[in-house]
Design a protein around this ligand. Structure first.
Ligand SMILES: Cc1cc2nc3c(=O)[nH]c(=O)nc-3n(C[C@H](O)[C@H](O)[C@H](O)COP(=O)(O)O)c2cc1C
Length: 183
């Protein structure tokens, strides 16, 4: 199958490090990695299967590089594209805005025709409000990672989510092709 394009933005390196850990699990030969600070619309347009990683900053705001790229994202035709999202946030420090940016990115690309995979249960997280929560379904719009409060759970969450999206993207070998790590 064709390669997955993984695009992330990161102010302080957490989202970048999670992006690298996802790539290692799915296989370096299967995933091309991009920092959104350095890309154009064309690079996203090249991929049918995409993973987007975005942290939330400053009380519910989009990470700065994603923000600069936002108008370009709004112009991309996502019809026929499948996208898995992961978001980073701090559920205790910013529990009224937990992962809001992932929810905002979700809404924009769905409006442009994207099919979303990689939905994730809200069980095991404590927060007041999140734009990334699907109301009434007990699910986030993508993988929720909290390196500030639940760092010790990240490796296992990544193992399970990568197996889930390997199935949903129909990667050869499915969940069995994912390398489980304790990193
Ligand atoms: C000043 C500040 C504001 C933040 N605002 C939010 C927020 O509104 N919602 C949230 O879920 N996390 C918030 N966070 C937590 C970050 O999203 C989290 O630390 C994340 O791992 C940073 O990712 P990065 O290193 O890739 O930039 C905030 C952190 C700081 C220091």
């Amino acid at each position: 199958m064709s390669k997955i394009g993984l695009f992330y933005g990161s102010d302080e390196g957490n989202t970048e490090s999670v992006a690298l850990r996802i790539r290692t699990r799915l296989g370096e030969d299967r995933v091309d990695l991009f920092d959104v600070a350095d890309v154009t619309q064309l690079e996203i347009a090249n991929y049918q299967n995409l993973i987007f990683g975005i942290p939330t900053w400053d009380f519910g705001q989009i990470q700065s590089d994603w923000e600069e790229f936002w108008e370009d994202v709004r112009e991309i035709d996502f019809s026929g594209k499948t996208v898995a999202l992961f978001g980073l946030g701090d559920q205790f420090g910013y529990g009224d805005y937990f992962l809001d940016a992932m929810g905002m990115l979700h809404d924009v690309i769905v409006e442009q025709g994207a099919t979303i995979v990689g939905l994730w249960s809200t069980e095991g997280y404590e927060f007041e409000a999140s734009k990334a929560e699907i109301a009434g379904e007990g699910k986030f719009m993508g993988l929720a990672i909290d390196e500030d409060q639940q760092e010790e759970l990240t490796a296992e969450r990544l193992n399970r989510w990568c197996q889930q999206i390997a199935e949903e993207f129909a990667i050869d070998g499915g969940a069995g092709s994912v390398t489980e790590l304790d990193d």
